[in-house]
Write a protein that binds this ligand. Structure first.
Ligand code: DAH
Length: 365
């Protein structure tokens, strides 16, 4: 019977030694604080290694499990002491593994808690607040003034037919404005609007007369970009049609506008001009907001700054929009938003307004 077994005591001792050798690297976790563990991932992998060690040395197929089966087979007089030896060895293995496991789990728990905790004293990260574009700011200032004068704000299409672009605005065939050199034509009979005056027609058709509206928006011209030109820019169109409207109303309205935009001391000046859609027509200037007319860099030493074009709506334009010129008269005007913007902020290159470089735009918060 004992022939099957070499020396059961030796078997147990070598099992214990084998465990001791493998367990050595886990022992440190119970001794030192953290046992030199550097990370949560580290500890988790050690814990898996420890579980495998437990299976190998205390599992069903371990040497200790085999030794236990021998207890009944050793001679009776040795049985008690051998049984004691096996139990002690098994208890030592289990206790050692349990202790290391507890240490690792404690480390892992602590590390997870630390990872999930937040430091409420760290200053928050402030999102970068956006702000409006200088052209938008200027457009809103202009809109506010005209809305307070009883004008509606119209928004309309940027691609127009020849009718709205030219015919209805009394621009005859062969007029230079129709030249493909100046206008972006798209498909046959359509073009990007080259002025917001097109909206006059839409507004009168939609609203009839009387009507008071402004139309801010983009316009397009085939210009080569340079410091004072861009193929896309912004205008505000204005239209006021009613019974008995005269040039005096035009002058009063634009004078009031520049008073509100630049200050009550601002003066206006009307110079005779020509536009196909107005008769008579005038260019409007205002006294320089910087030097009040004395002459400075901003007004190029003239004392005056150009505001835009204006005039009394041509009867042909009223007719094209089905408004009776015998009953109604009106005035209209067109101003450049970006041009005014560039003037106020002393930009020496209008293209800065369209490049959208944040280093430039940030200055207009
Ligand atoms: N549309 C003109 C331009 O782009 C500006 C203008 C002049 C508009 C006279 C008007 C006006 O409504 O009456 O230069």
């Amino acid at each position: 019977m004992t022939g099957q077994v070499n020396d059961p005591v030796k078997e147990v001792e070598s099992a214990r030694e084998a465990f001791e050798r493998e367990f050595e690297r886990f022992a440190r976790f119970t001794s030192e604080a953290g046992g030199g563990l550097s990370s949560l991932k580290d500890a988790e992998s050690e814990l898996r290694g420890l579980a495998e060690l437990r299976v190998r040395h205390a599992g069903k197929k371990s040497a200790i499990a085999a030794a236990k089966k021998l207890i009944g087979r050793v001679p009776a007089e040795q049985r008690a002491s051998f049984g004691q030896l096996v139990q002690t060895a098994e208890a030592h293995i289990t206790d050692s593994v349990n202790a290391a496991e507890l240490a690792l789990k404690t480390f892992i728990e602590t590390a997870r808690t630390a990872r999930e905790s937040i430091d409420v004293t760290i200053p928050g990260r402030r999102p970068r607040a956006g702000h409006l574009h200088p052209i938008t700011l200027m457009r809103q200032r202009i809109e506010d003034i005209f809305v307070s004068l009883g004008y509606a704000v119209e928004d309309d299409r940027e691609i127009e037919t020849d009718f709205y672009n030219f015919d209805a605005l009394n621009i005859p065939e062969g007029h230079p404005a129709r030249d493909p050199q100046d206008t972006f034509y798209t498909t046959q009979g359509h073009a990007l609007r080259s002025q917001t005056s097109t909206v006059q027609i839409h507004a009168m058709q939609r609203r009839g007369a009387p009507v008071r509206m402004i139309a801010p928006g983009r316009v397009f011209r085939r210009d080569t970009p340079d410091p004072t030109h861009n193929p896309m820019f912004y205008q505000v169109e204005g239209l006021c049609v009613d019974r008995g409207i005269t040039m005096a109303h035009l002058k009063g309205t634009l004078a009031e506008f520049v008073h509100r935009l630049f200050g009550p001391e601002t003066r206006t000046r009307f110079r005779p001009s020509y536009f196909p859609f107005t008769e008579p027509s005038a260019e409007v200037d205002y006294s320089c907001f910087n030097c009040s007319g004395d002459g400075c860099r901003i007004c190029k030493w003239s004392g005056w700054i150009e505001l835009g074009g204006s005039g009394m709506v041509h009867p042909n334009v009223l007719r094209a929009a089905h408004v009776d010129p015998e009953e109604f008269t009106g005035f209209a005007f067109g101003l450049g938003i970006d041009r005014t913007c560039a003037r106020i902020y002393e930009l020496d290159d209008i293209r800065l307004l369209f490049e959208n470089d944040v280093r430039f735009l940030e200055q207009f918060r």
